[in-house]
Ligand binder design. Structure first.
Ligand SMILES: [Zn+2]
Ligand SMILES: [Zn+2]
Length: 271
Protein backbone atom coordinates (compact mmCIF):
# COMPACT_ATOMS: atom_id res chain seq x y z
CA UNK A 1 0.00 0.00 0.00
CA UNK A 2 1.28 3.39 -0.91
CA UNK A 3 0.70 6.28 1.45
CA UNK A 4 1.33 9.92 0.89
CA UNK A 5 1.30 12.63 3.49
CA UNK A 6 0.70 16.29 2.90
CA UNK A 7 2.09 18.61 5.51
CA UNK A 8 0.88 22.12 6.07
CA UNK A 9 -2.51 23.69 5.91
CA UNK A 10 -4.50 25.07 3.05
CA UNK A 11 -3.75 28.59 4.21
CA UNK A 12 -0.02 27.93 3.86
CA UNK A 13 -0.40 27.04 0.20
CA UNK A 14 0.94 29.52 -2.25
CA UNK A 15 -1.90 31.38 -3.86
CA UNK A 16 -1.43 31.56 -7.58
CA UNK A 17 -2.44 34.92 -9.00
CA UNK A 18 -4.14 34.74 -12.35
CA UNK A 19 -3.34 37.74 -14.49
CA UNK A 20 -5.93 38.23 -17.23
CA UNK A 21 -3.53 40.14 -19.43
CA UNK A 22 0.22 40.26 -19.93
CA UNK A 23 2.06 42.75 -22.10
CA UNK A 24 5.66 42.05 -23.10
CA UNK A 25 7.57 44.77 -24.90
CA UNK A 26 9.51 43.12 -27.73
CA UNK A 27 10.81 46.42 -28.99
CA UNK A 28 10.84 49.85 -27.37
CA UNK A 29 12.93 51.62 -29.99
CA UNK A 30 12.55 52.51 -33.61
CA UNK A 31 13.83 51.43 -37.01
CA UNK A 32 17.57 51.83 -36.39
CA UNK A 33 18.54 52.01 -32.75
CA UNK A 34 21.77 50.84 -31.12
CA UNK A 35 20.21 49.10 -28.11
CA UNK A 36 16.47 48.72 -28.63
CA UNK A 37 14.45 46.68 -31.11
CA UNK A 38 11.81 48.55 -33.13
CA UNK A 39 8.05 48.39 -32.46
CA UNK A 40 6.59 45.08 -31.39
CA UNK A 41 4.46 43.97 -28.44
CA UNK A 42 3.33 40.55 -27.30
CA UNK A 43 -0.09 40.52 -25.66
CA UNK A 44 -1.34 37.42 -23.88
CA UNK A 45 -5.01 37.08 -22.96
CA UNK A 46 -6.99 33.95 -23.89
CA UNK A 47 -5.03 34.31 -27.14
CA UNK A 48 -1.42 35.19 -27.82
CA UNK A 49 -1.14 38.04 -30.29
CA UNK A 50 1.39 40.49 -31.60
CA UNK A 51 0.90 44.22 -31.98
CA UNK A 52 3.30 45.24 -34.76
CA UNK A 53 6.39 43.30 -35.70
CA UNK A 54 9.31 45.62 -36.39
CA UNK A 55 12.98 44.85 -36.97
CA UNK A 56 14.77 42.85 -34.23
CA UNK A 57 11.54 42.06 -32.37
CA UNK A 58 11.53 38.47 -33.67
CA UNK A 59 14.85 37.85 -31.91
CA UNK A 60 13.31 39.18 -28.69
CA UNK A 61 10.21 37.03 -29.23
CA UNK A 62 12.46 33.95 -29.18
CA UNK A 63 13.86 35.10 -25.82
CA UNK A 64 10.39 35.15 -24.23
CA UNK A 65 10.10 31.38 -24.51
CA UNK A 66 6.71 31.71 -26.24
CA UNK A 67 6.30 29.13 -29.01
CA UNK A 68 6.31 31.33 -32.11
CA UNK A 69 4.52 28.67 -34.14
CA UNK A 70 1.42 28.91 -31.94
CA UNK A 71 0.87 32.66 -32.43
CA UNK A 72 -2.32 33.15 -34.43
CA UNK A 73 -3.04 36.88 -34.67
CA UNK A 74 -0.83 39.69 -35.93
CA UNK A 75 -2.24 43.19 -35.58
CA UNK A 76 -0.58 46.02 -37.46
CA UNK A 77 -0.99 49.72 -36.79
CA UNK A 78 0.48 50.72 -40.17
CA UNK A 79 3.19 49.57 -42.53
CA UNK A 80 6.15 51.78 -41.84
CA UNK A 81 9.06 49.32 -41.86
CA UNK A 82 9.81 49.85 -38.15
CA UNK A 83 6.42 48.24 -37.35
CA UNK A 84 6.42 45.48 -39.88
CA UNK A 85 9.63 44.11 -41.37
CA UNK A 86 10.21 41.09 -39.06
CA UNK A 87 6.89 39.65 -40.25
CA UNK A 88 8.66 38.73 -43.51
CA UNK A 89 11.36 36.79 -41.66
CA UNK A 90 8.74 35.21 -39.38
CA UNK A 91 6.55 34.07 -42.27
CA UNK A 92 9.48 32.63 -44.23
CA UNK A 93 10.46 30.66 -41.12
CA UNK A 94 6.87 29.43 -40.69
CA UNK A 95 6.90 28.14 -44.27
CA UNK A 96 10.17 26.25 -43.77
CA UNK A 97 8.92 24.84 -40.47
CA UNK A 98 5.70 23.51 -41.99
CA UNK A 99 7.05 22.49 -45.41
CA UNK A 100 10.38 20.89 -44.59
CA UNK A 101 10.59 20.29 -40.86
CA UNK A 102 7.33 18.39 -40.37
CA UNK A 103 5.85 21.15 -38.26
CA UNK A 104 2.24 22.21 -38.08
CA UNK A 105 0.77 25.48 -37.05
CA UNK A 106 -2.72 26.98 -36.65
CA UNK A 107 -4.12 29.41 -39.23
CA UNK A 108 -2.46 32.79 -39.25
CA UNK A 109 -4.57 35.96 -39.25
CA UNK A 110 -3.16 39.32 -40.24
CA UNK A 111 -5.20 42.30 -39.11
CA UNK A 112 -4.51 45.85 -40.16
CA UNK A 113 -5.84 49.13 -41.49
CA UNK A 114 -7.36 49.89 -44.86
CA UNK A 115 -4.96 48.77 -47.59
CA UNK A 116 -3.80 45.68 -45.70
CA UNK A 117 -5.08 43.19 -48.31
CA UNK A 118 -3.53 45.00 -51.24
CA UNK A 119 -0.26 45.43 -49.37
CA UNK A 120 0.05 41.73 -48.56
CA UNK A 121 -1.18 40.61 -51.97
CA UNK A 122 1.66 42.57 -53.58
CA UNK A 123 4.19 41.44 -51.00
CA UNK A 124 3.29 37.76 -51.17
CA UNK A 125 3.25 37.81 -54.98
CA UNK A 126 6.75 39.27 -54.97
CA UNK A 127 8.51 37.22 -52.30
CA UNK A 128 9.45 33.71 -53.55
CA UNK A 129 7.16 30.96 -52.23
CA UNK A 130 5.00 33.19 -50.03
CA UNK A 131 1.77 32.26 -51.83
CA UNK A 132 2.41 28.53 -51.30
CA UNK A 133 2.34 28.34 -47.51
CA UNK A 134 0.90 24.99 -46.37
CA UNK A 135 -1.26 26.62 -43.71
CA UNK A 136 -4.23 28.97 -43.87
CA UNK A 137 -3.56 32.69 -43.93
CA UNK A 138 -6.36 35.21 -43.45
CA UNK A 139 -6.28 38.95 -43.94
CA UNK A 140 -8.69 41.27 -42.21
CA UNK A 141 -9.00 45.00 -42.73
CA UNK A 142 -10.45 46.85 -39.81
CA UNK A 143 -11.48 50.42 -39.18
CA UNK A 144 -13.22 51.77 -36.11
CA UNK A 145 -15.42 48.81 -35.22
CA UNK A 146 -14.79 46.36 -32.37
CA UNK A 147 -14.20 42.68 -33.06
CA UNK A 148 -13.42 39.58 -31.05
CA UNK A 149 -10.41 37.28 -30.95
CA UNK A 150 -11.77 34.43 -28.87
CA UNK A 151 -12.99 36.11 -25.68
CA UNK A 152 -10.76 39.14 -26.18
CA UNK A 153 -12.36 42.35 -27.45
CA UNK A 154 -10.26 44.43 -29.82
CA UNK A 155 -11.27 47.99 -30.61
CA UNK A 156 -9.29 49.63 -33.40
CA UNK A 157 -9.39 53.38 -33.79
CA UNK A 158 -7.92 55.62 -36.45
CA UNK A 159 -5.22 57.90 -35.09
CA UNK A 160 -3.44 60.76 -36.83
CA UNK A 161 0.13 59.92 -37.86
CA UNK A 162 1.32 61.17 -41.28
CA UNK A 163 -0.88 62.85 -43.85
CA UNK A 164 -1.27 59.98 -46.29
CA UNK A 165 -1.18 56.94 -44.03
CA UNK A 166 -4.04 55.21 -42.31
CA UNK A 167 -2.74 54.32 -38.87
CA UNK A 168 -4.66 52.44 -36.19
CA UNK A 169 -4.37 52.34 -32.46
CA UNK A 170 -5.79 49.30 -30.69
CA UNK A 171 -7.62 48.86 -27.44
CA UNK A 172 -7.63 45.33 -26.06
CA UNK A 173 -10.03 44.21 -23.35
CA UNK A 174 -10.09 40.91 -21.53
CA UNK A 175 -11.01 39.63 -18.08
CA UNK A 176 -12.03 43.07 -16.83
CA UNK A 177 -8.73 44.68 -17.90
CA UNK A 178 -8.02 47.02 -20.78
CA UNK A 179 -4.90 48.27 -22.48
CA UNK A 180 -4.52 50.74 -25.32
CA UNK A 181 -1.69 50.95 -27.85
CA UNK A 182 -1.28 54.18 -29.79
CA UNK A 183 0.56 52.82 -32.83
CA UNK A 184 2.38 55.86 -34.21
CA UNK A 185 0.37 58.95 -33.44
CA UNK A 186 0.30 62.66 -33.02
CA UNK A 187 -1.77 64.11 -30.24
CA UNK A 188 -5.42 63.70 -31.36
CA UNK A 189 -8.87 63.30 -29.82
CA UNK A 190 -9.22 59.78 -31.16
CA UNK A 191 -6.15 58.71 -29.24
CA UNK A 192 -7.51 60.14 -25.99
CA UNK A 193 -10.78 58.32 -26.64
CA UNK A 194 -8.97 55.06 -27.42
CA UNK A 195 -7.13 55.25 -24.10
CA UNK A 196 -10.18 56.33 -22.05
CA UNK A 197 -10.12 54.71 -18.58
CA UNK A 198 -7.77 51.89 -19.61
CA UNK A 199 -5.58 50.19 -17.02
CA UNK A 200 -2.56 50.83 -19.22
CA UNK A 201 -1.78 53.10 -22.16
CA UNK A 202 1.23 52.20 -24.28
CA UNK A 203 2.17 55.34 -26.15
CA UNK A 204 4.46 56.46 -28.95
CA UNK A 205 7.04 58.54 -27.10
CA UNK A 206 9.34 59.02 -30.06
CA UNK A 207 10.81 62.31 -28.90
CA UNK A 208 11.48 64.38 -25.80
CA UNK A 209 9.27 67.40 -25.19
CA UNK A 210 12.12 69.74 -26.11
CA UNK A 211 12.65 68.08 -29.52
CA UNK A 212 9.11 67.63 -30.89
CA UNK A 213 8.33 66.09 -34.26
CA UNK A 214 5.11 66.75 -36.20
CA UNK A 215 4.08 63.12 -36.78
CA UNK A 216 4.78 61.60 -33.35
CA UNK A 217 3.91 62.32 -29.74
CA UNK A 218 6.58 63.70 -27.47
CA UNK A 219 6.93 62.79 -23.82
CA UNK A 220 4.93 65.77 -22.56
CA UNK A 221 2.04 64.94 -24.88
CA UNK A 222 2.11 61.32 -23.69
CA UNK A 223 1.54 62.62 -20.18
CA UNK A 224 -1.25 64.87 -21.45
CA UNK A 225 -3.02 61.97 -23.21
CA UNK A 226 -2.69 59.81 -20.09
CA UNK A 227 -4.18 62.52 -17.89
CA UNK A 228 -7.04 63.39 -20.22
CA UNK A 229 -7.89 59.72 -20.74
CA UNK A 230 -7.65 58.89 -17.03
CA UNK A 231 -5.45 55.83 -17.53
CA UNK A 232 -4.16 53.61 -14.73
CA UNK A 233 -0.56 53.60 -15.88
CA UNK A 234 1.38 55.08 -18.75
CA UNK A 235 4.03 53.07 -20.60
CA UNK A 236 6.38 55.08 -22.80
CA UNK A 237 7.92 53.39 -25.83
CA UNK A 238 9.07 53.79 -29.48
CA UNK A 239 12.12 55.86 -28.52
CA UNK A 240 14.35 57.38 -31.16
CA UNK A 241 18.03 57.20 -30.14
CA UNK A 242 18.13 60.88 -29.22
CA UNK A 243 15.27 60.43 -26.76
CA UNK A 244 17.36 58.21 -24.50
CA UNK A 245 19.38 61.29 -23.57
CA UNK A 246 16.37 62.94 -21.92
CA UNK A 247 14.32 62.20 -18.81
CA UNK A 248 11.05 61.32 -20.51
CA UNK A 249 9.50 60.06 -17.27
CA UNK A 250 9.91 63.49 -15.73
CA UNK A 251 8.60 65.23 -18.85
CA UNK A 252 5.48 63.02 -19.01
CA UNK A 253 5.07 63.38 -15.25
CA UNK A 254 4.58 67.12 -15.55
CA UNK A 255 1.13 66.39 -16.98
CA UNK A 256 0.30 62.99 -15.51
CA UNK A 257 0.44 62.11 -11.81
CA UNK A 258 -0.07 58.34 -12.18
CA UNK A 259 2.42 55.53 -12.64
CA UNK A 260 4.82 56.02 -15.57
CA UNK A 261 6.94 53.20 -16.92
CA UNK A 262 9.82 53.86 -19.31
CA UNK A 263 9.62 50.89 -21.68
CA UNK A 264 12.51 48.46 -22.07
CA UNK A 265 12.83 45.51 -24.41
CA UNK A 266 11.58 42.26 -22.84
CA UNK A 267 9.84 44.01 -19.96
CA UNK A 268 6.58 42.26 -19.02
CA UNK A 269 3.71 44.08 -17.33
CA UNK A 270 0.87 42.06 -15.85
CA UNK A 271 -2.65 43.37 -15.56
ZN1 LIG B 1 5.08 55.34 -38.51
ZN1 LIG C 1 7.12 53.99 -35.91
Amino acid sequence: MRCSFVFGTASAKKVEVIWPMRLTILGSGTNVHPTRAASGYLVRTDHTMLLDFGPRTLTNLLKTGVNRHRITHFLFSHYHADHFSDFITYFFDAMIFTKYEGGTRPPLTVIGPRGTRKFFRTLFATLPGFTQAPFAVHFKEVADRAFMIGKTTVIPRTVTHTENLHCLGYRIEYGGKALAYSGDSQYCDNLVRLCGDTDLALLDCSFPASRPNPVHLHAGQCGQVAREAGVGQLVLSHFYPITDRYNVREQAGEAFGGKIVVGQDLMTIKL
